[in-house]
Design a protein around this ligand. Structure first.
Ligand code: MTE
Length: 300
């Protein structure tokens, strides 16, 4: 399928991105896994072209945010007036410090960084995005989870007046996602509050969203209002809507196809042709250890 013209990277934009990268000091661990990593074509044993940042225009106009419509272009239009101030996050469950925290308190106490992470959608397209935000682990630790906290459940705002997509039962609302506590505490797991050096646009999940770079994009829950520490594996929105298609783990895995299409390759927004999909979205070295005892064909 031909890409819409606006998603093709023009030479000028590539140069801009290179300058942008040089200007900012992206000397963070994630660099090793993202931009400086060359895509390795395992089948042919050769290196292919490096990742380039996806143009900001594409990142902010080609979105999945079903609360604002199922069409990729709807969120940018329908989320324009979404009110993200004031914003509170309820913290619940197995922890010593539950409560309703103002966004400012949560963000101000964290170390803000910029990280470039690939986002690989289950629909087999991908982007490379410079995120701004902080590691989730230290924030979770500040709530002092107890030994019973085996999973972390996240919830998006439920407000059908502001989020017209919630008037339709395309998913069970509010949108819910979850991670094991080990995944949530992993140093790659990130809460984004911005992208391209700016505050997060509403369509990308303002004011704060999860980014789990080795999992399919649907795990990256947007506009979070509730975090709960749970003993049992939580049911998640996509898993509830189609359990045979969307598992709890949702690790990017080129060897396990979605029942209706292959996951072996992907369309990088802004590029011609397709790329091979990498195991754990290219973050295998960092995260494979989390799953050594898991049959990934069963726990997809
Ligand atoms: N979060 C909420 N609350 N609602 C959604 O519909 N879509 C998910 C995820 N987070 C979604 C969500 C999916 S399927 C993807 S691929 C990513 O957001 C897309 O993120 P982006 O629009 O910033 O690229």
């Amino acid at each position: 399928m031909a890409l819409p013209k606006e998603y093709r990277i023009k030479e000028q934009e590539v140069t801009d991105h290179a300058l942008y990268l040089r200007r900012r000091e992206f000397i963070v661990g994630s660099m090793v896994f993202a931009v400086s990593a060359f895509t390795h074509n395992a089948a042919k044993g050769e290196q292919t072209k490096p990742d380039q940042l996806t143009p900001k225009r594409a990142v902010t106009s080609y979105n999945n945010f079903y609360e604002f419509g199922t069409d990729k272009r709807s969120p940018a239009k329908l989320a324009k007036d979404f009110k993200t101030e004031p914003w509170f996050v309820a913290v619940e469950g197995h922890c010593a410090k539950p409560g309703k925290y103002p966004l400012e308190d949560l963000v101000l106490s964290q170390q803000i960084e910029e990280r470039i992470y690939r986002l690989r959608c289950v629909e087999a397209w991908s982007m490379v995005i410079p995120w701004k935000g902080f590691e989730l682990g230290p924030l979770l630790k500040s709530f002092e989870p107890t030994a019973d906290a085996k999973f972390v459940r996240f919830e998006t705002l439920y407000d059908p007046v502001q989020m017209p997509g919630q008037k339709r039962k395309v998913l069970q609302w509010p949108y819910v996602e979850g991670l094991t506590i080990q995944e949530a505490m992993h140093p790659l797991t990130f809460i984004a509050t911005g992208l391209y050096g700016e505050d997060l646009p509403n369509q990308n999940g303002a004011p704060l969203r999860l980014v789990v770079p080795w999992k399919y994009g649907f795990k990256s829950i947007k506009s979070i209002v509730r975090i709960s520490f749970e003993k049992e594996m939580p049911r998640t929105s996509w898993n509830l809507s189609a359990p045979h298609e969307y598992g709890f783990y949702a690790n990017v895995n080129p060897n396990v196809d979605h029942p209706r299409w292959s996951q072996a390759t992907e369309r990088r927004i802004g590029e011609r042709g397709r790329r091979d999909t990498l195991m754990f979205n290219g973050y295998e070295q960092a995260v494979a250890g989390l799953y050594t005892d898991l049959d990934l064909t069963k726990w997809y």
